[in-house]
Design a protein around this ligand. Structure first.
Ligand code: F6P
Length: 561
């Protein structure tokens, strides 16, 4: 095993000085920056046992992190100082913790399998949730039986979800994650971007007579979704669908029943969503309807059950055994004490390809905040840049930077052990590489080992001196291993809920509101104004010469014969 050969930059550290435990954490960081993962593991071979927790079918091995029991104890104290327990109860109980929008945060109620009631403003929301689930089940039965027919009497065969952000990313993640559970008689499509290429590709692929469009939009005001829905409807009319038959082809999920009705959706075809479900947490609601439609209602129930198991774990497990809490604290450790700027999530499962994108919205839209709940600017780093992609693909691309780059990037490796696709020895190769990456990141390959190897290969001293620095891999990169037996509806539900709670815990410790997203609004307003200018013919005067020039050029490009 190697001795440490790199120290992390400390100039970006932003310790959480508002907490008493922070001073000890700074001392731990100072001490741990002098040691290495190799040394920590050598000193304590039992580390693997002490640093593994299990919950809802998931196993987290965090033994390859730059922490010691004392350091972890101080991190756990942060949760006490931040009153995590009462914040968590407030969320589960329906308090309006999203105070800037005066909303409760109750995605956990959507998957609540207990008999506990959950009240918002004195009303139990569980009957509403159960009623909506029953409506989804009926819709699934009708479509699966071929009893829901299009305007010419053909059964539905293509399902197009028109939605963006939380009305797309979570759904896509789950549908991709559950590929082995897909029905063979239905094909899913997602129309997301306002780029006309998106809708065009889908319209080329579907048969209008057997296509059902789901307009998924909490607000029913999102530009991309509105424009795509209007164009899809216009196309259906062009293809021969009588206006009076549009209820056979368009359904909606929204919190804005009025706007959905005004668009022309039959009120019977509007599935409700409530303001206490945040967009990025809405896959568990009727927004996720494409999931049971493409699989089965039973699969959707299993997904909810898996998430509920993680909710129960998060709610009752002591901090020292609590998986979301531990993951949140490790993230804070590197962001606020080691200056890490990003966090990489690497699923070793092709079916989880979309998961990092979903996490980007879940984490960065939640915790990309610059002021505390009191409106004061933070004096520390908040949400990291989340990025990643599936292994082993990334090993042949960006893992180079993880292994030999200059940045500290904590990594989560997510790895199911058993595949649904038992072809040859491929799953063993895949899992071998998941484990191999965690070893390579943590322990690297020391200069001494490299020199010995080169010498064994017969290189002369000059060449060894030249090559050794390039081939040395410092290691000491923190990595979590998140393992499950197989990727199934329950483990996938638990996995997504795990990250939701991790994001929540970090938000509580940073003292920010993780549930609003005002930062995305300015771009929408400017986009509307510039759209008017692009399509106008009056002289363009935005007050910004550069912007005026681009608007003129766009207009000219559209005047070309
Ligand atoms: O613009 C950001 C956002 O509001 C996300 O928070 C949301 O998930 C997405 O847009 C889509 O919103 P809607 O479901 O209302 O169309």
């Amino acid at each position: 095993m190697n001795t440490p050969s790199n120290a992390y930059p400390t100039n970006l550290r932003s310790p959480l000085i508002q907490y008493a435990a922070s001073a000890s954490l700074e001392e731990h960081r100072h001490h741990l920056a002098q040691t290495s993962l190799s040394a920590l593991i050598e000193q304590n071979p039992e580390r693997y046992r002490q640093y593994t927790v299990e919950a809802a079918g998931l196993y987290l091995d965090y033994s390859r992190h730059l922490v010691t029991p004392k350091c972890m104890s101080n991190l756990f104290i942060l949760t006490e100082e931040a009153a995590l327990n009462s914040h968590r109860e407030a969320m589960f109980c329906g308090d309006k913790i999203n105070f800037s929008e005066n909303r409760a945060v109750l995605h956990t109620a959507l998957r609540n399998q207990s008999n506990r009631s959950v009240s918002v403003d004195g009303t139990d929301v569980m009957p509403l949730i159960r009623e909506t689930l029953a409506k989804i089940r009926t819709l699934c039965q009708t479509i699966h039986a071929g009893d829901w027919t299009g305007y010419t009497g053909k059964p539905i065969r293509h399902i197009v979800n028109i939605g963006i952000g939380g009305s797309y990313l979570g759904l896509k993640t789950v549908l991709d994650g559950l590929r082995p559970y897909h029905r063979s008689d239905l094909t899913p499509y997602f129309v997301v971007n306002v780029d006309p290429a998106d809708l065009t590709a889908t319209l080329k692929a579907v048969d209008p007579e057997s296509t059902l469009f789901i307009i998924a939009s909490k607000s029913f005001s999102t530009l991309e979704t509105r424009v795509n829905a209007e164009s899809a409807k216009a196309w259906m009319l062009e293809q021969g669908m009588p206006e009076s038959e549009s209820h056979r082809h368009f359904i909606a999920v929204s919190n804005n029943i009025e706007k959905a009705t005004r668009f022309g959706i039959d009120p019977e075809n509007i599935f409700p969503l409530w303001d206490w479900v945040g967009g990025r947490y809405s896959l568990w609601s009727a927004i996720g309807m494409i999931i049971p439609l493409l699989t089965s209602f039973t699969v959707f129930e299993q997904l909810l059950r898996g998430a509920h198991s993680m909710d129960e774990h998060f709610r009752v497990a002591p901090a020292e055994k609590n998986m979301p809490v531990i993951m949140a604290l490790l993230g804070i450790w590197y962001s606020n004490y080691f200056g890490a700027q990003s966090h990489s999530v690497l699923p070793y499962a092709s079916d989880l390809e979309s998961f990092p994108s979903h996490l980007q919205q879940m984490d960065m839209e939640s915790n990309g905040k610059r002021v505390t709940v009191n409106g004061q600017p933070v004096t520390f780093q908040t949400g990291p840049v989340i990025w990643g992609g599936v292994g082993t693909n990334g090993q042949h691309a960006y893992h180079q930077l993880l292994h030999q780059g200059t940045r500290l990037i904590p990594v989560d490796i997510i790895a199911p052990m058993v595949s649904h696709n038992p072809i040859g020895s491929q799953q063993s190769w895949l899992f071998a590489h998941a484990l191999a990456q965690s070893q390579a990141l943590a322990f690297g390959c020391s200069e001494e080992t490299v020199r010995n190897e080169l010498s064994t290969q017969g290189l002369n001293q000059d060449d060894i001196d030249k090559l050794a620095p390039h081939k040395t891999i410092p290691g000491n990169k923190p990595v979590s291993l998140l393992v499950m037996e197989s990727l199934n509806p329950e483990t996938l539900g638990a996995l997504i809920a795990l990250y939701e709670h991790k994001v929540f815990v970090q938000g509580v410790i940073w003292g920010i509101n993780s549930f609003d997203q005002f930062g995305v609004e300015l771009g929408k307003v400017l986009g509307d104004q510039i759209f008017q200018q692009l399509n106008g013919n009056t002289e363009c005067d935005t007050g910004d010469q550069g912007l005026n020039a681009w608007i003129q050029r766009f207009r000219q490009a559209h005047q070309k014969p």
